[in-house]
Design a binder for this molecule. Structure first.
Ligand SMILES: NC(=O)C1=CN([C@@H]2O[C@H](COP(=O)(O)OP(=O)(O)OC[C@H]3O[C@@H](n4cnc5c(N)ncnc54)[C@H](OP(=O)(O)O)[C@@H]3O)[C@@H](O)[C@H]2O)[C@@H](O)CC1
Ligand SMILES: Nc1ncnc2c1ncn2[C@@H]1O[C@H](COP(=O)(O)OP(=O)(O)O)[C@@H](O)[C@H]1O
Ligand SMILES: [Mg+2]
Length: 284
């Protein structure tokens, strides 16, 4: 198997320092599409994580019930709303983002499924697909052919099983995932312990992170971080690898202060700055 271990040395080959003359207009604009009644928090986590990972602008598209929630919990984020109150029914945005993250908290209502299908037919923006958007694809596998090359998908093991069907050994899991990645030309972030990012025949094994990450919203934060890096012009595979590495590093940094149990998804976001500083200090 062609496995590359993603440690600090590998990350420093891929990490790009910030340009001192940059401004928010060229730092990348990320759009998040997701949320439904009772699950607006997921897309708030993705959106805040994206800002803290360095993109210049974030817009979040939610059903109407999410409008005040997103505005009040993250004032830096711009908000667009669906016509429906409790779930997404028609994805209509008048902005030009550099990357889109779709799926966290989105639910699987029939009209949400239809809206997602219409969106996939016309979308030209680099995409990160997570959570319910993956579950919808599992129910409509013919839509996978609508995905542009190097679209990033971020399934946890259950979501992966819904997409691929059951496997009977670890080896078969990897073989099936590699075949799937090649068939649709996708980058698969196979979330687990550890997380493997699969790009065709190549497997990138992450080396950061710990059990503190086993907490609600941890994956929603990862979607925000990867989408942010994609919006900042990282190649899709590097956005995935660096996002997973930084996400894990936040938990390694925080662990001595929080312990495993009290660490929550917001603590990932709080520690993204320290994770970046670790890389910047290692460059000196
Ligand atoms: N604050 C909010 O708004 C939040 C909103 N959220 C949103 O909720 C939606 C549903 O997402 P979800 O992942 O909770 O549900 P679902 O896909 O059915 O998976 C659950 C089942 O899958 C399994 N399983 C999970 N992980 C596994 C693993 N690593 N390895 C192996 N198995 C694993 C496990 O099954 P079991 O092992 O029990 O058989 C578990 O019972 C989605 O839109 C998400 O964004 C959440 O992000 C939370 C915070
Ligand atoms: N024991 C663990 N060790 C390391 N990472 C973990 C562990 N448990 C969960 N994670 C990470 O936490 C994230 C969980 O994602 P996900 O299941 O989508 O959460 P949610 O849907 O609640 O946001 C993944 O990145 C996964 O790799
Ligand atoms: Mg998830």
């Amino acid at each position: 198997m062609n496995t590359i271990y993603i440690n600090q040395k590998e990350i420093l080959k891929r990490y790009k320092d910030i340009d001192k003359n940059t401004h928010k207009g060229i730092q990348g604009h990320a759009l998040f599409i997701g949320g439904s009644y009772g699950k607006i928090g997921s897309v708030c986590l993705s959106s805040k994580a994206a800002l803290k990972t360095g993109c210049g602008l974030v817009t979040t598209f939610v059903p109407k019930c999410g409008y005040e929630i997103v505005q009040m919990s993250i004032p830096e984020v711009m908000v667009l709303t669906d016509v429906q109150e409790n779930f997404i029914s028609k994805i209509k945005v008048d902005i030009v983002p550099q990357a889109i993250g779709i799926g966290p908290g989105m639910g699987q209502e029939q009209s949400t499924q239809k809206a997602f299908h219409e969106f996939l037919k016309i979308n030209k923006t680099p995409l990160v697909i997570d959570a319910d958007a993956l579950n919808i694809l599992s129910q409509n596998k013919s839509w996978l052919s609508l995905l542009a090359p190097k679209t990033i998908i971020t399934p946890h093991l259950k979501e992966l099983e819904r997409l691929l069907g059951k496997w009977s050994s670890e080896e078969e899991k990897f073989e099936k995932t590699k075949a799937f990645s090649k068939q649709y030309n996708l980058i698969v972030v196979m979330k687990g312990v550890p997380t493997h990012t699969i790009d065709g025949e190549t497997i990138y094994e992450n080396t950061t992170g710990n059990a503190a990450l086993a907490t609600a919203g941890s994956g929603d934060v990862l979607t925000g971080m990867i989408t942010s890096l994609l919006a900042q012009s990282y190649e899709p595979v590097n956005a995935a690898i660096l996002g997973v590495y930084l996400h894990g590093l936040t938990a390694d940094i925080a662990l001595p202060e929080t312990g495993y149990q009290s660490f929550i998804a917001s603590d990932i976001i709080e520690n993204i700055g320290k994770a970046y500083l670790t890389l910047q200090n290692a460059q000196k």
